[in-house]
Write a protein that binds this ligand. Sequence first.
Ligand code: F6R
Length: 608
Amino acid sequence: MCGIVGYIGGRSASPVLIDGLKKLEYRGYDSAGVAVFNGDVVEVKKTKGRIADLEKKLSAEGISSGCVGIGHTRWATHGAPDDVNAHPHKGGNGRITLVHNGIIENYIELKIMLEQKGYKFVSQTDTEVLAHLFDFFYSGDSLKAMSNVMKTVRGSYAVAVLIDGRPDEIIAARKDSPLIVGLGENENFLASDIPAVLKYTRDCYLLDDNQMALLKQSSVKLYDIDGNEVHKDIYHVTWDVEAAEKGGFDHFMKKEISEQPKTVHDTVTPRIKDGKVVIDELGLSDEDIKNIGTIHIVACGSAWHVGTAARYIIEKLARIPCEVDLASEFRYRNPIIKENDICLVISQSGETADTLAALREAKSKGARTISIVNVIASTIARESDDVIYTMAGPEIAVATTKAFSAQLCVSYLLALKFAKAKSLLSESDEEKYCAEILRLPELIEGILKTDSALKELAKSYADSENVFFIGRGLDYAISLEGSLKLKEISYIHSEAYAAGELKHGTISLIEDKTPVFAVATQSDLNEKTLGNIKEVKARGARVIALVGENHSAADEFADDIIRLPEISDFLMPSLAVVPLQIFAYYMALGRGCDVDKPRNLAKSVTVE
Ligand code: F6R
């Protein structure tokens, strides 16, 4: 995690750096800092807390108005989130100033080596090793020093370095952590993510792994790890920074929940033509699809919940065996991948470290890789054989909502495409399902209108200590998501269970008034789930049933009912998830939580 920025040009650097850091705060907000040249030496200001705390510090203490600087917003991995561990860090006798996003895996052995050479460490971070190591290798050639650092460290990094006495350059490098260079008129920028530079420029270089960048005021040069110059195409950003602002909502999460009709519309309409699914990005012929062995679905967190749903849908409609893995498990379990297997990777950010590693693992074993990604030109997108973009636009709230919905929709389209290729879907059914998918935005819009009822419902459960979610099949996948949404933003303990599993242990936790969210939207499983509702009810649970309009059997046993419009069962997740998101939002709000930036979390998990 962490976000880094850099600026070299004609303006005072510190406001530009702060501006960029605010756009990157979703990447971590434990501490923040900036470093700016003051003449020939670099001045550092840093503090624990958020960018706002850094701003206060800068206005109280001031900082150089120099035109070259770097900045950082931190999500702690090594060492507590305090002033000392905040970046930038100094190396050598203070002549090197460095910011870093990532994890240095061999930092302990390097630290011992550097201490033996007389380097003194003040922080508990792995980053300080990088600063001293850079100093160790530096004898006047910054590119050479960076190249040696890159060849010595193991791990992931996006780094930016300032060197005392060289106020005309910033040197940066990346491996397994995102880094872009923004190209301006007689000024240049560095950032972990594009929104940080969009106010100033739309032209960027997207650095690849093991590349270095040397930024001067009027030029940017890129190099490989050996110092050979490399040439890259300029990436021109076509989307708008406004899309990343709050637009009148109190929270990004609420804005993003309400954007779901548009997100779903934008994701599906280009891929449904004349009642048929058309996924131009997919490089698989019908013959290839017929020959698919197993689909290995890998993802983390909410994206893994989409994968869990996708498995049910693809297996049901297209009869292709699927395995769903948490990326962090897949990457280390030496997965068995056979000829004709494919790997389906799901990620909003396209930068999640474990998901990226899982993709690489699958690739190295010969699988064709297909990714469902939101952030355009992100690393996962670039490294996949085929990428299907979700059209959710920038998602800023840490808890995903609209990207989740968009990922679900791509899963439906893929399942239909696969089923059609295997002659398991008739033209008329394809047409019928496509028409239903195109109706999803309007149906979601209708659910959004029940906002005030959901707000009231949340109010009546605000004091809950534990909330359980149960469901079967696709309802289980959505229960997992409802539970994660609730716990991550409201800090209420919550678990999701496949309803049939309850009796195997968890039911012992149900006592008088324990809230249980029962998701029952799947017609073939509703009776079974109803049985589980009765069981928890008999033990005193307060049941909230989330059911389709025509499902009245639960009425008798549920304390509260949320009704959803009817649509084909496999599309129900798109409707069922929305009230759960809104419920979690109001629960968190009612408890005074920082909805957009829950504690201990960051938006983009670029370390494992
Ligand atoms: C939860 C949430 C996370 C992400 C997970 C994967 O609300 O947002 O669980 O889903 O960290 O992130 P991406 O999709 O960026 O790979």
